[in-house]
Design a protein around this ligand. Structure first.
Ligand code: NAD
Ligand code: MG
Length: 390
């Protein structure tokens, strides 16, 4: 029996993870459920999954959570605050952690789980973009294992399970749906709304990653994520737009072979791989009927309309804290866009400005990276305020 902690339980990935867990009462149990602030949704999940512990990040929500659990007749123990969440990530009562908090907020619990030697089902790509070297070192030093839950990286993991050995590996190619604005010119994107940006054609996801998919920043973050997970430089990580989202990524070897993983766009497949690997378990996702889909198309990404992808490659090449700056600036810009404070094209423009203003941020330690993250956020907030007034 695997005892699982789900961080980000009320989100898109969290609920998919709990769906897979509920299909396997004989081998999986959700021991710990963690959410940001939505107490009602968390209590509803606790009713169903009966975890030993439930936690919210918002420290002020402790009483509401405790009382909600009690009113539901559950003996689940309530916790609140980031320190409590980190302690649960490291707690010996679980062996498997689904890291599905959105954004840099997920870093400290992800690091705590790695340092405790857990099997880490890593959806929170921002923790790798912010502190990939540190996180991968913590995984190695403490005997943890990472199974990537991003669909592209999960595909590569399935084609290349031994990420340590690159014998014969030429390059990897991440596929991208192209998002809701694929094929549009840069000029035509000036007036798109948050509602249009989060209406993803193929995947149902949380709002932040949906906007990242629309700008192609998501693919940029994934290039950086792939660099850390698979130990390859940016030059050996390609991006291929594939609108059907059925081929989830490809691995090319020196002998001319290319391996790919295919399947319907549903994150439960990657999560089932994460829970059971090297075994295979039912995920609730149907098999792929290629005759029903008919065709698979591929095209090059349009870096003029979607400059975020280029910014991410540049940040990876620049090294140091550039990817931490990129991530923090992007989180702030996406949040401002979702609130209607800045336009869609301001996301890449302002992220590029912040990157140029912070060229030599120090990346020597976790504290230095967190300082770069904070400075980038402050710089971006100033730029947003200026933009919002103009
Ligand atoms: P979401 O917005 O649907 O859910 C986010 C979850 O994190 C919620 O449960 C929320 O309560 C919780 N949360 C937010 N801030 C928190 C905090 N400070 N402390 C604790 N919990 C907090 O997001 P999502 O789409 O599920 O994405 C989660 C992560 O998975 C992101 O890093 C995303 O990039 C990655 N990811 C998602 C998908 C997908 O299909 N949704 C695919 C690949 C990768
Ligand atoms: Mg992805």
């Amino acid at each position: 029996m695997k005892r699982v902690a789900v961080f980000g339980a009320t989100g898109s990935i969290g609920t998919s993870a709990l769906d897979v867990i509920a299909r396997h009462p004989d081998r999986l149990h959700a021991e710990v459920l963690v959410a940001g602030r939505n107490v009602d949704a968390l209590v509803a999940l606790c009713r169903h999954h009966r975890p030993a512990h439930a936690a919210v990040a918002d420290a002020d929500a402790y009483t509401a959570l405790r009382d909600g659990l009690r009113a539901a007749g559950l003996d689940t123990e309530a916790h609140a605050g980031m320190a409590a969440i980190d302690a649960l990530a490291a707690d010996a009562g679980t062996d498997t952690v689904v890291a599905a908090i959105v954004g840099a907020a997920g870093l400290s619990s992800t690091l705590a789980a790695a340092r405790a030697g857990k099997r880490l089902l890593l959806a929170n790509k921002e923790s790798l973009v912010l502190a990939g070297d540190l996180l991968m070192a913590a995984v190695r030093d403490h005997g943890a294992t990472i199974v990537p839950i991003d669909s592209e990286h999960n595909a590569i993991f399935q084609c290349l399970p031994n990420a340590e050995s690159h014998a014969g590996l030429k390059r990897i190619q991440l596929t991208a749906s192209g998002g809701p604005f694929r094929g549009r010119s840069r000029a035509s994107l000036a007036a798109v709304t948050p509602a249009q940006a989060i209406a993803h054609p193929k995947w149902s996801m949380g709002p932040k990653i949906s906007v990242d998919s629309a700008t192609l920043m998501n693919k940029g973050l994934e290039v950086i994520e792939a660099h850390h997970l698979f130990g390859l430089p940016g030059e050996r990580i390609g991006v291929l737009v594939h609108p059907q989202s059925l081929v989830h990524s490809l691995v090319e070897f020196v002998d001319g072979s290319t391996l790919a993983q295919l399947g319907l766009p549903d994150m439960r497949t990657a999560l089932a791989v994460g829970f059971a690997w090297p075994e295979r378990i039912v995920s609730g996702v149907d098999g792929l009927d290629l005759l029903a889909h008919g065709r698979l198309d591929f095209e090059a990404p349009d870096l003029d309309a979607f400059p975020c992808l280029r910014l991410a490659y540049d940040a990876l090449a620049a090294g140091g804290a550039a990817t931490a700056v990129l991530n923090a600036a992007n989180e702030e810009a996406v949040s401002a866009f979702l609130q209607g404070r800045i336009g869609f094209l301001s996301i890449p423009a302002l992220v590029e400005d912040v990157l140029q203003r912070m060229p030599h941020a120090d990346a020597g330690s976790l504290d230095a990276l967190l300082a770069a993250d904070a400075a980038a956020r402050a710089s971006m907030r100033t730029a947003i305020a200026r933009e919002a007034i103009a």
